[in-house]
Design a binder for this molecule. Structure first.
Ligand code: COA
Length: 285
């Protein structure tokens, strides 16, 4: 993060996103309200920077993703991400796409801290990718969602189609993909696109309460539970049973009791144990 405004607020280099810290919650705001927070290359780079930073910042125990003004995000920036990138070299096109996908799903889907999308307004097109990547989502009842790509002569690209497949049943997904109609937060909650919808003036308080509930749980358990859920649905039952068993065992190993540290100390400091030879026997050597 290049600029520290104060101890409780960080602004990303490109000035298109910022973070506010509040008692363990990092409120991450996409900040191009004049463009309805459309995701341009600068915003994608800023969000990569923010996710990298918060991963190691103890002030962030729960990440909430929201948008400035009356929009969550109007999707990919049609001018700066589509039209302008079309004329770039193939190498630069790859870089721009990599930056977008890096934060929107590669990092966010299995982010080491719990994530909540707080959808305060417009959510279009490419916005469904970070929406789906967040673990949980609350929306304002009057937020408007739209898979508008059909109007632009394109299909829901990047991985938006994939995100819709995960968030919606096929009847609902194809209805909105093929008509481009919008739907509100209440309908989004009915379909399971978000967990719940609230009147706009209660959205922040309800999101804060959800974040506090999550903070009462063990961070390692939450992380293992969400990562296990996100991968196991890609597997058949037999493979999944093995994977879930392995993740459960892994969790016991990375628990706060510090088994790894104690074992290292046993070898390095107390000279009690060598993996190849068993217990040290200095006197006999
Ligand atoms: N890409 C680029 N610019 C966008 C944008 C997008 N996805 N969404 C909004 N903007 C820009 C507008 O061009 C306008 O810019 P300008 O002030 O330079 O003219 C500015 O943001 C405000 O948009 P405007 O349409 O005037 O605001 P609104 O409040 O009346 O409507 C939306 C908001 C979100 C309903 C409307 O902007 C919209 O439909 N955007 C396109 C959404 C979309 O289809 N996204 C999917 C992309 S694949």
């Amino acid at each position: 993060m290049s600029q520290t405004d104060s101890g409780e607020r960080l602004t990303a280099k490109g000035n298109t996103a910022f973070v506010e810290f509040e008692d363990g919650i990092a409120w991450v705001t996409m900040n191009r309200p004049e463009k309805r927070n459309a995701m341009n290359p600068a915003l994608n780079d800023d969000m990569c920077e923010i996710l990298d930073t918060l991963e190691y910042d103890d002030r962030c125990r729960i990440l909430v993703l929201t948008g400035a003004g009356n929009s969550w995000t109007a999707g990919m920036d049609l001018r700066e991400f589509f039209r302008a990138v079309d004329s770039l070299s193939p190498e630069e096109q790859v870089r721009q796409r990599r930056s977008a996908e890096m934060w929107q799903w590669r990092k966010l889907r299995t982010y080491p801290k719990p994530t909540i999308a707080m959808v305060n307004g417009w959510c279009f097109g490419g916005g469904f990718t970070p929406l789906c990547s967040c673990d949980l989502a609350f929306a304002a009842e009057d937020a408007q969602f739209g898979v508008s790509e059909v109007n632009w002569g394109i299909i829901p690209g990047g991985v938006v189609t994939k995100a819709l497949e995960e968030l919606m049943g096929s009847r609902d997904a194809l209805y909105y993909i093929m008509t481009g109609e919008t739907f509100d937060g209440v309908e989004a909650a009915r379909m399971g696109v978000v967990n719940k919808a609230f009147p706009a003036d209660r959205l922040r308080d309800r999101t804060r309460a959800l974040a506090r509930t999550l903070m009462e749980k063990g961070p390692a358990v939450l992380n293992a539970a969400k990562v296990t859920f996100k991968y196991s649905h890609l597997m058949d039952w037999d493979t999944s049973a093995q994977f879930i068993g392995a993740k459960g065992a892994q969790l016991r190993l990375i628990d706060p009791e510090g088994i790894r540290e104690r074992a290292m100390a046993s070898f390095l400091d107390r000279k009690e144990f060598r993996p190849g030879l068993g217990a040290f026997d200095r006197e006999g050597e």
